[in-house]
Design a protein around this ligand. Structure first.
Ligand SMILES: NC(=O)c1ccc[n+]([C@@H]2O[C@H](COP(=O)([O-])OP(=O)(O)OC[C@H]3O[C@@H](n4cnc5c(N)ncnc54)[C@H](OP(=O)(O)O)[C@@H]3O)[C@@H](O)[C@H]2O)c1
Length: 379
């Protein structure tokens, strides 16, 4: 059975297996990692730290590793060696499969200690429990990457960290919520959690942003839903990675929503158009017309939710993190960098549009034609 599409969109894999990547693709990704721009050092503690990254080779993980390496830290990666094993050639790599519980973690060795662990990837409480327990005496600090999917309701805007969680629910949000709870129990006052909204930027394997960028690149007219004033919110992968590494280095304790400020949907689309250097025309089609044609918000028009439906989903409060110095770059830079990535030789366009986000080009053309007819008739 399909879960809540909005929560599914926050998953790590967004519906496709990273295992399908080819060797060539992986090798190309290594090249990108090696030439990645240097991320700013932490302003406070600059002493080199030993950081264990659980995961590290898909999307957010590489951005974290890059931020840590450029901060002069000593990084150890732990994963199966399936996803882009060529990334970060000079970095220590330990292998194991977290699906095998504590047995899968044997490469973490008994005598090893780390200043900080960054657990990037799982939405599986038992995997997080196994590693958090194993390392509780050997790591000073544990950071867990979570999601806004932990929140039970988005019925009100400005959901903050104190909002009710899906602790008793199955699925992605519930697993993340319970994993957070385990980490905070095992590492009281020495754990960090980032609750991320949609993450965009280089290496994004998801298709929701890609839908809009590709649409502008390929078409003369793009169907723009609503009136342009619905909010949309995301975070740049490099900004959240820098915050995570800084938290690990500073041993910043606490749970934080790590979202950039929301922007208007009209601005999001205009920035997407600028990113792709497109002169496509935006055709704004009202919500009521779209719904009369059985168009689904969010799934068929990615990242679009009319503000009166789930107003909190794209209006998460990240005040706590911002007050502690969490900085986000202008969204135009995120969209432009994402488009460069999608256009690079390293990106495999064949995975789209098979993973279910966005409408087909034919459907868009048909809807635009019906809308133009309606306008002509003056309905
Ligand atoms: N994308 C979004 O919009 C979004 C939104 C909100 C939150 N988030 C959260 O952000 C994180 C993003 O994850 P990511 O994929 O980018 O992380 P990542 O650390 O870049 O990649 C996943 C890592 O997990 C490893 N892995 C997979 N299966 C494993 C296993 N059984 N045992 C050991 N290691 C395994 C993979 O390597 P191998 O395959 O080689 O093992 C890979 O290194 C997730 O926590 C996600 O929930 C994402």
């Amino acid at each position: 059975m399909r879960g809540d599409p909005k929560l599914d969109a926050l998953r790590l894999d967004k519906g496709f297996s990273v295992d399908r990547r080819s060797f060539l693709h992986s090798a190309a990704l290594s090249a990108i990692a090696l030439s990645a721009p240097v991320v700013a050092r932490s302003a406070k503690t600059t002493a080199s730290q030993k950081i264990l990254v659980l995961g590290g080779t898909n999307f957010l993980g590489p951005a974290i590793v890059e931020a840590a390496l450029s901060g002069g830290h000593e990084v150890t990666l732990f994963n199966r060696g399936v996803t882009r094993p060529q990334l970060f050639p000079g970095t220590e790599k330990l292998r194991g499969d977290r699906r095998n519980g504590v047995h899968g973690l044997s490469a973490l060795g008994r005598g090893r200690t780390w200043d900080a662990v960054i657990d990037v990837w799982p939405a599986d409480t038992s995997m997080v429990e196994a590693s958090a327990k194993l390392l509780a005496e050997r790591a000073e600090y544990y950071f867990f990457v979570s999601s806004i999917a932990v929140y039970r309701s988005f019925a009100r805007p400005w959901v903050d960290e104190s909002a009710e969680l899906r602790l008793r629910e199955s699925g992605y949000g519930g697993e993340k919520a319970r994993a957070e709870r385990i980490v905070s129990t095992l590492y009281p006052e020495r754990h960090g959690v980032a609750r991320c909204p949609s993450i965009f930027g280089p290496r994004d394997p998801g298709s929701s942003l890609h839908y809009w960028l590709r649409n502008f690149y390929r078409n003369d007219e793009v169907l723009a839903p609503g009136a342009g004033d619905d909010p949309v919110q995301f975070v740049d992968v490099r900004d959240v990675a820098r915050w995570i590494v800084d938290s690990a280095v500073q041993k910043r304790a606490g749970i934080y929503n790590t979202a950039a400020p929301p922007i208007r949907f009209a601005d999001f689309l205009n920035m997407s158009r600028i990113a792709t250097e497109s002169d496509a025309k935006l055709v704004w089609v009202p919500k009521d017309f779209l719904y009369s044609q059985d168009v689904e918000a969010f799934t068929q028009l990615p990242m679009w939710i009319p503000v009166n439906e789930d107003p909190g989903f794209f209006q998460i409060s990240a005040k706590l993190a911002h007050d502690e110095g969490f900085e986000t770059r202008p969204p135009q830079r995120t969209l432009t960098a994402a488009w460069r990535w999608y256009q690079s030789a390293f990106f495999d366009d064949t995975i789209f549009p098979h993973n279910g986000w966005g409408m087909s080009n034919e459907m868009q053309v048909q809807l635009l034609s019906s809308w133009h007819d309606t306008q002509k008739r003056g309905d």
